[in-house]
Design a protein around this ligand. Structure first.
Ligand SMILES: [Zn+2]
Ligand SMILES: [Zn+2]
Length: 175
């Protein structure tokens, strides 16, 4: 099971974003959710899903073979909203939102807007250790000893704010 796009079987479901009813036969997006051990779907208008759950809709769109009205417009909305998503699982690649981080390997500042790889690391505060983010230039990753073996796979999965071509260029730089 996974997220899905389908023609609404009835006109009874309401959209989780705008709360309006989704008309019978209209295309809708089902966001798969597990509730008390049962799989259920939260329904969205496609346009609303493009704003609220851009990545998940994008995945479902790839598997949906039928024509979708306004598909180009929908993809634009998805692209705009993907950018705003904050990755939540390490390691991930992203465009640095500020110029305040520096690379764990070479020590150079990572400029705002430059691609950086975020990894989880222990931060020793003196009295206790906690984990936080450490940042790397993509081209410095090869010299980072704690990089996981499946780093490329992990980055591909976790880098939710990158476009596929942006992700590919990051992976190419890993060496
Ligand atoms: Zn809606
Ligand atoms: Zn570096």
């Amino acid at each position: 099971m996974a997220h899905l796009i389908e023609h609404a079987k009835s006109g009874r479901a309401s959209c989780r974003k705008c709360r309006e009813k989704i008309a019978k036969d209209e295309l809708r997006f089902g966001h798969e959710t597990v509730f008390q051990d049962a799989v259920t779907y939260q329904w969205f208008h496609l346009k609303c899903a493009a704003q609220k759950v851009a990545n998940d809709l994008n995945e479902a769109l790839r598997d949906f073979a039928e024509d979708i009205p306004d598909r180009a417009e929908l993809e634009e909305t998805i692209a705009a909203n993907r950018k705003k998503q904050k990755p939540t699982t390490f390691p991930y690649a992203e465009f640095a939102p500020s110029g305040r981080s520096s690379c764990q390997v070479c020590g150079e500042t990572i400029s705002k807007g430059e691609i950086r790889i975020a990894v989880e690391r222990e931060i020793d505060t003196g009295s206790f250790a906690r984990s936080g983010a450490g940042y790397l230039h993509p081209q410095c990753v090869a010299e980072y000893e704690e990089a996981p073996d499946d780093l490329a796979d992990e980055l591909a999965k976790n880098s939710v704010s990158l476009e596929p071509d942006e992700l590919k260029s990051v992976l190419d730089q890993l060496g």
